[in-house]
Design a protein around this ligand. Structure first.
Ligand code: HSE
Length: 375
């Protein structure tokens, strides 16, 4: 396999390092903006050099972001090259165009590292889909947010210091808003649910609440009740009805989610044959991510392309009701739906996911977290 590698940042350099000693795949050209010299690969500033090189059968996209990443990936697929990417934003955004295009061109496409970093989560969904129907996917999918929440809860760090450390460790996206506002988790949920359910969810109807506004006082309230806050994604599929959302969620100590440390992810599926299965591992970082990129390249060598057929566009129904911890302006809706107070926050009666997220959009700077119904 001859690889054209787009980007030589955290992931690109990791892919280069992992493929270097291998006989079955070789990075022959690297697209990189800065000056770079490699002993065994040609470095170019021009994507056309990779596109026009007929010896390159596989393009690994490690630039991130939407553009020019998508333009390059699209051109590579149209030129008949196989593509591997870790770029969840691109896959989630262009899913409806991307998957039919790969099917039309008959090329391989995989994006295992885009969700769960080093966890073989999407690869396992491919196997799951061969045997059973998946009714639920989701979990802790963002290493940066988990690192921040874990540090606030276990080490009593404040939010700013915990974020600074996550950035220093290379977990955070270039713009950390993507992580802390739940957008990265939102992208990963869309990719996971589309693959698991064999559909294309109406992503504009999927709400995301992040952790930007969590305070030490919130964490204190949770600790008093032996609760741990995590940023969690959920998507369900039941009798043709689909729900999907991203939100901070409280777990009692002792639940697996509550114990997830540092930059780790814990992603779970529910299947009608295997039941509940969870996948745990490092969700971010150079080598965990590069590991799954190289695994995808190895899958191409054994003839494995995408994880299963794409599917129809489907709408979202988030009418499911749950209880929320809400810290923000106590307006008429919140007071009418309040059941009790935790410190300066209100804990609601069961309200719909849809209504709670609509309230949050109207009250930026507030913080919400789903409370388990059995508390
Ligand atoms: N910023 C992402 C995270 C990187 O923290 O999980 C891996 O997708």
């Amino acid at each position: 396999m001859k690889i054209g590698l787009l980007g030589f940042g955290t992931v690109g350099k990791g892919v280069y390092d992992l493929t270097k000693p291998r006989a079955d795949m070789q990075v022959v050209r690297v697209l990189c903006r800065r000056e770079l010299h490699l002993p065994d690969a040609e470095v170019t500033h021009n994507f056309e050099d990779i596109l026009r090189d007929d010896s390159i059968d596989t393009v690994v996209e490690a630039i991130g972001g939407l553009h020019p990443a998508w333009d390059y990936v699209k051109s590579a697929i149209e030129a008949g090259k196989n593509v591997v990417t870790a770029n969840k934003a691109m896959v989630a955004t262009f899913y409806d165009e991307l998957i039919p295009l790969t099917e039309k061109m008959g090329v391989h496409f995989r994006c295992t590292a885009s969700v769960g970093g080093g966890i073989g989560w999407l690869s396992e969904l491919e196997r799951v889909r061969r045997i059973e129907t998946v009714s639920r996917v989701g979990g802790i999918m963002n290493g940066t947010c988990n690192y921040i929440l874990d540090s606030m809860s276990r080490l009593n760090l404040d939010y700013a210091e915990a974020l600074r450390q996550a950035q220093e460790l290379g977990y955070a996206e270039a713009d950390p808003s993507t992580d802390v506002d739940g957008i990265d988790t939102w992208h990963k949920l869309i990719v996971s649910a589309n693959i698991a359910f064999g559909v294309s969810l109406d992503r504009n109807a999927i709400p995301a609440a992040g952790i930007r506004s969590i305070s030490a006082a919130d964490v204190e309230e949770f600790k008093k009740r032996d609760l741990v806050c995590k940023l969690v994604s959920t998507a369900t599929s039941q009798d043709g009805r689909f729900s999907a959302y991203v939100q901070p969620t409280l777990y009692p100590q002792g639940q697996p989610e509550a114990a997830v440390p540092a930059n780790y992810n814990l992603i779970t599926l529910e299947g009608n044959v295997s039941g509940r299965q969870s996948f745990f591992g490092q969700g971010a970082g150079r080598y965990p991510t590069a590991y799954n990129v190289v695994q995808d390249c190895a899958d191409f060598l054994t003839g494995h392309g995408f994880y299963g057929p794409g599917g129809p566009k489907v709408s979202i129904d988030n009418s499911e009701k749950m209880v929320y911890y809400v810290r923000g302006e106590k307006d008429a809706w919140l007071v009418a739906n309040g059941a009790e107070s935790w410190g300066s926050a209100i804990v609601t009666k069961p309200v719909s996911v849809e209504d709670m997220h609509a309230w949050l959009r109207a009250h930026p700077g507030s913080f919400i977290a789903a409370v388990p119904s059995y508390l």
